[in-house]
Ligand binder design. Structure first.
Ligand SMILES: C[S@@+](CC[C@H](N)C(=O)[O-])C[C@H]1O[C@@H](n2cnc3c(N)ncnc32)[C@H](O)[C@@H]1O
Length: 482
């Protein structure tokens, strides 16, 4: 389905009609960023840069309210909604997209301000889920490679599930399933676009929670942000200048989308990497040891995604890494770790985690502290540093092996968009440099731990035990009478 569009010049009229005020900013084209907000006229400290009535805020409660007025949408929401705020909002936006495109003969819902507003939103976003298959290959060897593949699989499965669950409802069957010519009012591509629009525009509001807010979502990001958003006592969402900032006439007004977000997350969620970011960081998934008999229990009890995070402040030589799961990976039964299935007060069964007879289920992410006073703490730390270092090395080698585009199984490189090539190569460079620094740093840490007297004694005792074993094995060998 072609996404319907309206010229941005029509936005002030739409905003006025819907009670949005922005006396001191206007929407303008900003080079390489799409639209953005720029200062227009005198700023008055007591007047917000923008104020959006609460009735236009799109969150899970608003979607429920719309469902009360629209029985078709209520049916759709009943069949596949109430799963997450994101899913409900995506379903709502899908209906707006179909309504706005007027491709379906029978109206599929009740028009509302979002039916028009969606026409001002971009037709694409440079997030990798909207890159072509060839463009996505550019991410090979970066931390986004597996994340984007997993997202593509998940989002396709999600759309399939939406279609399946509504296939017996004639109206939604008509809209979501392709006609004989292969087209349909709403396709997987529409779903992926809506997911991208949601991810790149959603705000976490103090009172209304995860929400999309028209017009305020026209503001771009900067590490030197001049504004922030909030909700006032009239429950309006307001855009306010930062107290420490000054915005000159004609200058772009920006907020921060998150200063410490890894480059990969910025590209994944917003489709760009900020070259001025002050922190460089990287998140890699970790897998438990294949031969660990407690691997499943550890994964189950950990509850979070097993990962390692590395970071450094740009321009500083100080790096840091953090991986609560690596600590859990590296403690075993012989160190004092135990899993027990216990009956709770209502007859249910719970997996509890014990460290040296103490129930530490609620501190499972804190083994770094839990082991601190034990005699094996340095040894465990050495195991952890080794595990993390190996994971970083593996990623570093992979990133380097795909650095040369000619090693990628892609078609015509010239058909790829410059923005995708540049973003992928910037991501690879940031990640490779960061990995190199952290690997070197962890090697220093590993050497220090190896020199620790407890570790030396332990490794010495292991060597003696091994040579005793070899001796025993040799003496157990049957005599050779040949
Ligand atoms: C909340 S929207 C902002 C409005 C958007 N520029 C538009 O045209 O609708 C977020 C999107 O704006 C763009 N963007 C925001 N800040 C940017 C920046 N510093 N550099 C490049 N693109 C940016 C990205 O495409 C991002 O996904």
């Amino acid at each position: 389905m072609a996404q319907p569009g309206l010229p941005i010049e029509a936005l002030p009229a739409w905003a006025l009609l819907n009670g949005i005020t922005f006396p001191h900013v206007k929407v303008a084209n900003i080079e390489r960023k799409g639209f953005g907000l720029v200062r227009d006229g005198e700023l008055k400290p007591e007047v917000p840069l923008m104020a959006v009535p609460n009735s236009l805020v799109l969150n899970v409660q608003a979607v429920d309210e719309y469902a009360k007025e629209d029985k078709n949408f209520k049916q759709l929401l009943g069949a596949v909604g109430h799963h997450s705020a994101r899913r409900d909002i995506l379903l709502f936006l899908l209906v707006q997209l179909v309504l706005a495109s007027k491709t379906h003969q029978v109206p599929v819902g009740v028009s509302n301000p979002w039916t028009e507003y969606i026409k001002f939103l971009p037709k694409t976003v440079l997030v990798p889920t909207l890159w072509t298959e060839d463009e996505r290959l550019l991410l090979r060897g970066t931390s986004l490679e597996s994340a984007v593949n997993a997202k593509m699989t998940a989002i396709t499965a999600e759309f399939d599930a939406v279609r399946e669950a509504t296939s017996s409802i004639p109206m939604w069957n008509d809209i979501l399933w392709p006609y004989e010519d292969g087209n349909s009012p709403a396709s997987l591509r529409s779903w992926i676009l809506l997911d991208a629009l949601y991810r790149s525009r959603v705000l976490e509001l103090p009172k209304s929670g995860e929400s999309m807010v028209p017009c305020i979502d026209m503001i771009n990001h900067s590490t030197r942000a001049s504004a922030y958003y909030d909700e006032n006592d009239k429950d309006e969402v307001v855009l306010l200048p930062r107290p420490d900032s000054s915005i000159s006439p004609g200058e772009e007004v920006t907020i921060s989308y998150g200063d410490a977000k890894p480059a990969a997350e910025m590209l994944f969620s917003y489709g760009f990497i900020d070259p001025e970011a002050t922190v460089e960081s990287l998140v890699l998934p970790l897998e438990p040891f294949e031969d660990d008999p407690l691997a499943k229990a550890k994964l189950f009890a950990f509850k979070d995604l097993p990962k390692v995070l590395v970071a450094r402040d740009k321009g500083s030589s100080a790096v840091s890494w953090n991986s609560p799961f690596a600590y859990l990976m590296c403690v075993n039964e012989e160190d004092g770790l135990d899993f027990r299935v216990l009956q709770d007060s209502v007859g249910g069964r719970q997996l509890r985690v014990f460290w040296r007879e103490e129930d530490v289920t609620d501190r499972i992410g804190d083994f770094e502290t839990l082991i601190q006073n034990s005699e094996v703490s340095t040894l465990i730390k050495l195991r952890v540093v080794t595990v993390v270092q190996e994971r970083l090395q593996q990623q570093h080698e992979r990133a380097q092996s795909f650095a040369d585009l000619s090693s990628l199984p892609i078609g015509d490189v010239d058909l790829m968009r410059d923005e995708c090539r540049q973003a992928a190569s910037l991501l690879r460079r940031i990640e490779t440099d960061l990995l190199k620094v952290v690997i070197d740093d962890s090697e220093k840490e590993r050497r220090m731990l190896l020199a620790d007297e407890n570790v030396v004694a332990y490794l010495g005792s292991m060597e003696t035990a091994e040579s005793d074993l070899v001796g025993e094995e040799a003496s157990n060998e049957p005599d050779d009478f040949s």
